[in-house]
Design a protein around this ligand. Structure first.
Ligand code: SF4
Length: 648
């Protein structure tokens, strides 16, 4: 029966979900979106669509995708969402449709055991004993039993153990077609399974890694598809920008040195100058890090090189890498691994030249430093041209969807960043009744966010709100610094359980929040999106200020300068739209279910005092707005206690 049904009808009152899934909510928005996706798939067109929280967009695209009869790739933001889609949503849709299509989930290469590297390092380290050798030994035994090589199956070696670094591959160290274990390579097997499947679930990193891999000649990671459905599409411009970049990291160079040493001991062993050259390279890398005196963060490459001694330290690294690669050239004919290391070394040299040599006007060279090392990057200021061309050249349907794509009801910003020109644009508001379920509170009298006492003022304004909500709140900050400053102030004065990002891993912290009555969680970054706490446990979201990106970011500066050169208005055309999307993500944490009620508190006075504040307001779901604390207290006083439980 369902085979002939239109996608909208499958999700309608007579469809299999409504008739056999108790609790399935009929949503006209979901049906309309399913129709729009169905048409885009049939006509091989582009559809960019925003579906507000609660629309049920996953089923709205999976139903037409499963029924389409064409090969579809569904890409989503994270591995967690990928699992959810593949193991929970997809089987339900297939069952409802009575569909027998074949499906596969393809993860990034770091999720699969690499037999070649495992063999190499097991031989290298087994005589040393200790934890690393023990783990590698267990992995060797497991490699004989597993059919998939998916590291999630292997519970005996803990996640994050050092052994995984030696037992999995990267784009740089994979030998590809030259690999002697290619026949039984798990990455290659997973790709072949994906090639044969009708519907493949991947993630954005994998999608863009595929584009990069093609350049390296490994072959096509992803099968040729007739349709691409990109969920959580608001993340794509940032992910695309990363994968269209040329990068070299201190870790890649150090790993090359380590891998070359292992390959040398296995396949040669008679050129004692070589290990010394590798040691010199590692020393030079350490020297450069010291000279740069790196804290975490991003800076323009030219500025970094202006620091005393930096240029010399960098040249030393480059020279040491060059010497190691020259010796690898001599050693390469002695074995496959040495040849592989030689190829990697040449590639790293090429990228270093590319990043630090003459560059185009539309590229920016910058350095990102973390606790463990640094990455040199050359990033195109915009990916619009290359990505737009890629979309145009594929004879395929493209669906880009998310709860947060539009700014003030328009898609110009998203389209502009990805170079999308053709096709349809649709937007469906959330089916939740924000006007009844939520209240937006913008306190009166807070200073400008640039004021030195701003964080203290935010905490003082938030405390009575948290009192009224009896905790049950997220306080979202736009920077770690503000979070660190606010945390002790809350700890001193708050009478509810306080959880602070960084105290424990993200999932553990969220679990604690879900299970602790009246909890207050302070977070930044990753807590702004992808967090789903339904019901009573989260009844208040407090946002410290409008989430404009840090103005000193070298990539942002280059993008703004380019816009200025083109006669645009960088603030209105770029900074505001980007901040609107981030704010919408943060706000989206509050109402997750038809039974949820909650207060959104935005502390930033610019929401009301500046013209651009209206763009933010118009981009949020329509809900009552107040500047009076009494309204917040009345809102919570009128709540029905225990209206809903804690969701997953
Ligand atoms: S092809 Fe690459 S991933 Fe596969 S076994 Fe060889 S080195 Fe490892």
């Amino acid at each position: 029966m369902t085979a002939d049904m239109a996608a909208a009808d499958v999700l309608g009152p007579e469809g299999p979900f409504a008739t056999s899934h108790p609790g399935f909510a009929l949503r006209v928005q979901q049906q309309e979106m399913a129709s729009a996706v169905e048409q885009a798939l049939e006509a091989r067109k582009v559809l960019v669509c925003e579906a507000g929280t609660g629309t049920g967009k996953t089923f709205a695209y999976l139903v037409p995708a499963v029924a389409s009869g064409i090969k579809v790739i569904v890409s989503t933001g994270t591995r967690g969402l990928q699992d959810q889609l593949y193991f929970r949503d997809l089987p339900q849709v297939k069952e409802a449709l009575g569909s027998a299509i074949s499906t596969a989930m393809l993860k990034g290469r770091s999720n699969y055991l690499c037999q070649q590297r495992l063999g190499l390092y097991h031989a290298e380290f087994q005589h040393l004993g200790g934890e690393l050798a023990g783990h590698l030994g267990r992995l060797v035994q497991w490699s004989g039993r597993t059919h998939t090589g998916d590291i999630a199956e292997m519970a005996d070696v803990p996640e994050g153990a050092e052994a995984w670094r030696y037992a999995t591959s990267t784009v740089d160290n994979c030998l590809g077609q030259e690999c002697p274990r290619l026949e039984d390579c798990f990455v290659a097997k997973a790709r072949r399974a994906a090639m044969d499947a009708d519907l493949v679930v991947i993630n954005h990193h994998l999608f863009f890694a595929d584009l990069a891999l093609k350049e390296d000649g490994f072959g096509e990671l992803l099968p040729t598809a007739a349709a691409f459905i990109m969920d959580e599409a608001h993340q794509i411009p940032a992910v695309a920008s990363r994968f269209f970049s040329t990068t070299v990291s201190s870790r890649q160079m150090a790993e090359l040195a380590r891998d070359s040493a292992a390959a040398y001991h296995q396949e040669a062993g008679d050129m004692p100058d070589f290990p010394r050259a590798l040691g010199d390279l590692e020393d030079a890398l350490r020297g450069l890090r010291q000279v740069l005196g790196l804290g975490a963060g991003r800076s323009a490459w030219d500025e970094c090189m202006a620091a005393p001694g930096a240029a010399d330290a960098f040249e030393r690294c480059r020279a040491r890498l060059g010497q190691a690669v020259a010796q690898l050239e001599v050693l390469a004919p002695r074995g496959k691994d040495l040849a592989g290391c030689h190829g990697r070394g040449l590639e790293l040299m090429r990228r270093l030249e590319r990043i630090t040599g003459p560059r185009q006007a539309d590229e920016v060279a910058w350095l990102e430093a973390g606790e463990r090392g640094f990455t040199l990057n050359l990033t195109p200021i915009s990916v619009a041209e290359s990505f737009g061309r890629y979309v145009k050249e594929r004879d395929a349907a493209w669906v880009f969807t998310s709860a947060t794509l539009a700014v003030d009801g328009r898609f110009d910003h998203f389209d502009g960043r990805l170079g999308l020109k053709s096709g349809q644009r649709r937007r469906w508001d959330s089916p939740f009744e924000f006007h009844r379920q939520a209240l937006c509170y913008i306190p009166d009298g807070l200073p400008d966010p640039s004021s030195p006492a701003y964080v203290e003022a935010v905490v003082a304004a938030a405390l009575p709100v948290l009192e009224a909500s009896r905790g049950r709140a997220f306080v979202l900050f736009t920077s770690h610094r503000a979070l660190q400053r606010a945390a002790p102030l809350f700890a001193e004065r708050l009478r509810f359980p306080l959880m602070v990002q960084g105290e424990r891993p993200r999932t553990a912290l969220l679990e604690r929040f879900r299970t602790t009555p009246n909890g207050v969680l302070l977070g930044t970054g990753s807590f702004w999106e992808g967090v789903d706490v339904r019901g009573d446990a989260l009844s208040c979201v407090i946002i410290d200020k409008l989430p404009f990106a840090p103005p000193d970011d070298p990539l942002l500066q280059a993008r703004l300068a380019a816009l200025r050169d083109q006669g645009g208005n960088p603030f209105a055309d770029y900074q505001v739209p980007e901040a609107v999307i981030t704010l919408k993500q943060g706000v989206g944490r509050l109402i997750r279910d038809i039974h949820d009620r909650g207060v959104l508190m935005i502390c930033d006075p610019r929401m009301l005092s500046r013209n651009y504040g209206r763009v933010f307001l118009r981009s949020l779901p329509v809900m009552p707005l107040s500047q009076r604390l009494e309204d917040v207290e009345a809102f919570f006083a009128s709540a029905t206690p225990g209206e809903a439980g804690v969701g997953s």
